[in-house]
Design a protein around this ligand. Structure first.
Ligand code: A2P
Length: 319
């Protein structure tokens, strides 16, 4: 499997399993076990997905069954928005490690550049937010750096960060972020952000690579464009005797971007894994590049109620 050598010196497999929205416990447990058998070696988790204990049980059962060793897999998790205070980072990471049944993470990310008061999972009022100026990300990052110092995370990074925020972080960080996990697919190609990350040795990971159609309806407006039903993607898939999902996945791998499609279905787990064997050519890559429409499936608008201190402008730093 292709890997990306992170600035920390560790290798990150470019293909992994997404676990957001995998809420049914047996299904997720079986999916992780099956994924390991198929050859998945990268698992993307987060505290807020509320399923790390299930992923951890499956991983540890696979270790015990000698199907894979801890050092052969790459596990990512993410700090939730309520634990951005410098002193809250290590306890949050320890809690995630307990849930996952692991001694260390391969990669720990700041999930969002958005802060909540301690104990807030999802804000119900503007009082649940801490405005960005009251808790600078540099403080959170110091906690992240301590995690590396204590051997709890091999690499650290961020998620949903703009170029502006990466540049701000660069001013004060001792350890540079190894990774930025963002929404990335042919309808949102993030050209400038990709160029900045490439130039600064920040690996990119693409979330929602298939369009995350299983989002809760509250996060899913009607009449969204469907990547999996895109006619151009379908034609490229047909040409290679592949599926649209495989084209969408291989597009990232071929560009050196990590990709973490979520599936709990055995056939689709295998299909997605086998995307790495599809070979896209230059004309395919050009046609896919022409699909750009600056479209986000996850707009971040769930963080922007008036009075929260957060707006779409100050989250994405786009005008
Ligand atoms: P399922 O878990 O039943 O396979 P994303 O990774 O962009 O968040 O998308 C996840 C969604 O895409 C889930 O609904 C998942 O359903 C579905 N999915 C995953 N792999 C495929 C595939 N190969 N073909 C079609 N849908 C897929």
């Amino acid at each position: 499997m292709k890997t990306y050598k992170l600035s920390s010196g560790y290798e990150m497999p470019l293909f992994g399993l997404g676990t957001w929205k995998a809420v049914q416990e047996d299904e997720l447990y079986n999916a992780v076990r099956e994924a390991i058998t198929i050859g998945y070696r990268h698992f993307d988790c987060a505290k807020i997905y509320a399923n790390e204990a299930v992923v951890g049980k499956a991983l540890n059962d696979a270790f015990r069954a000698n199907e894979v060793k801890r050092e052969e897999i790459f596990v990512t998790s993410k700090l939730w928005n309520d634990s951005h205070a410098q002193g809250d980072v290590i306890p949050a990471l320890q809690s995630t490690l307990r849930d996952l049944g692991l001694d260390y993470l391969d990669l720990y990310l700041i999930h969002w550049p958005v802060c909540f008061k301690k104990g807030t999972e999802f804000p119900t009022s503007t009082d649940d937010f801490i405005p960005p100026e009251n808790l600078p990300i540099s403080q959170t990052w110091q906690g992240m750096e301590k995690a590396v110092g204590q051997g709890l995370a091999k690499s650290i990074g961020v998620s949903n960060f703009s170029i502006k925020k990466l540049k701000e972080l660069d001013k004060t960080s001792k350890i540079k972020p190894a990774n930025n996990q963002v929404e990335l697919h042919p309808y949102l190609q993030q050209k400038e952000l990709s160029e900045y990350c490439n130039a600064n040795n920040i690996a990119l990971t693409a979330y929602s690579p298939l369009g995350s159609m299983d989002r809760p309806s509250s996060l899913k407006p009607e009449n969204e464009p469907s990547l999996l039903e895109d006619a151009v993607i379908a034609r490229i898939a047909q040409k290679h005797n592949a599926t649209p999902a495989q084209v969408l996945i291989k597009w990232h791998i071929q560009r050196g971007v990590a990709v973490i499609p979520k599936s709990t279905n055995f056939n689709r787990l295998k299909e997605n894994h086998d995307a790495q064997f599809v070979g896209l050519d230059e004309p395919d890559m050009k046609k896919i590049a022409s699909l750009e429409r600056n479209f986000r499936y996850l707009t971040g608008s769930f963080f922007t109620q008036p009075g929260s201190g957060y707006t779409l402008e100050n989250i994405w730093d786009e005008v």
